[in-house]
Design a protein around this ligand. Structure first.
Ligand SMILES: [Zn+2]
Length: 260
């Protein structure tokens, strides 16, 4: 994996670890949430600064709003810096984007793209790690269009990503980089069994961090100890039962024996 691929993989792992606000909601709560968000969207569109107001609503819908401002700004910067799609936009802009405008332009692009990229990346990881196939058409579906996309599936089987067909080239689609990182072999991501975060695997790494490693190892040790104690108690009970049986038999045979 190249340095850039690793940086991209880390960005997607981070995005994949941020929960969506809708996770764990019941159907009724989900319906109410979407009603609220849609009402806010309509309201934002009529707002004095519609672009900014919409950005805020999109963030709230994606769960990024819960991040600290500094963390979110870093994700946005990383996205523009690493994204083939964004870099391609800059290079092919006509008229060219002036260096003076580049910062503002980058921020606007990131604010606009990050919420929905996060949502799709998160959903994709949830499906892959729960053993469900991911429909590439839905992953790559443009935000506000019904244009046909290729029907292609990714499927994580025994830790190996099976896939077919071409999706979007990295520079053609905001999720093109995500797709090319997913397709790396061996599959570069893992999900931590302790905290459920997605992380970029180094060799056979099983946990996301040193902290989770020690917690995971400790839990396994405790689990083993519990098992050992349970077995010990079972053996003790069995021994007691046999002893009782023996003494009962002894008492019975004594009673049965003729008194001298
Ligand atoms: Zn963890």
């Amino acid at each position: 994996m190249s340095e850039r691929e690793r940086a991209l993989a880390r960005l997607f792992a981070r995005l994949g670890s941020i929960p969506l606000p809708t996770e764990g909601m019941t159907a009724a709560e989900l319906a109410a949430f979407h009603r609220d968000i849609n009402r806010e969207r309509v309201h934002a569109a009529k707002h004095a600064h519609p672009d900014h107001a919409l950005v805020v609503v999109e963030r709230r819908a994606s769960g990024l709003e819960r991040l600290a401002e500094r963390d979110r700004a870093k994700l946005e910067r990383d996205l523009v810096r690493l994204s083939s799609f964004a870099q391609h936009l800059v290079k092919s802009a006509d008229p060219p984007i002036s260096p003076a405008d580049l910062r503002r332009w980058s921020r606007m692009l990131a604010e606009d793209q990050l919420p929905w990229i996060h949502e799709r990346v998160r959903r994709c990881f949830i499906d892959l790690f729960s053993g469900s196939p991911v429909d590439l058409r839905r992953l790559l579906e443009p935000r506000r269009s019904t244009r046909e996309q290729p029907t292609t599936r990714l499927w994580l089987i025994d830790g190996e990503l099976k896939e077919m067909l071409e999706g979007a080239a990295p520079h053609e689609h905001p999720l093109g980089d995500f797709l090319s990182i997913l397709r790396l072999r061996p599959f570069p991501f893992g999900r931590c069994p302790v905290c459920s975060n997605v992380y970029v695997r180094v060799r056979r790494q099983r946990y996301c961090s040193l902290q989770c490693t020690s917690r995971g190892v400790e839990a396994a040790r405790k689990g083993k100890r519990r098992e050992y104690m349970r077995e010990l108690m079972r053996k003790r009970r069995e021994r007691d039962r046999l002893l009782k049986l023996k003494s009962l038999r002894a008492a019975r045979s004594q009673r049965g024996s003729p008194i001298a």
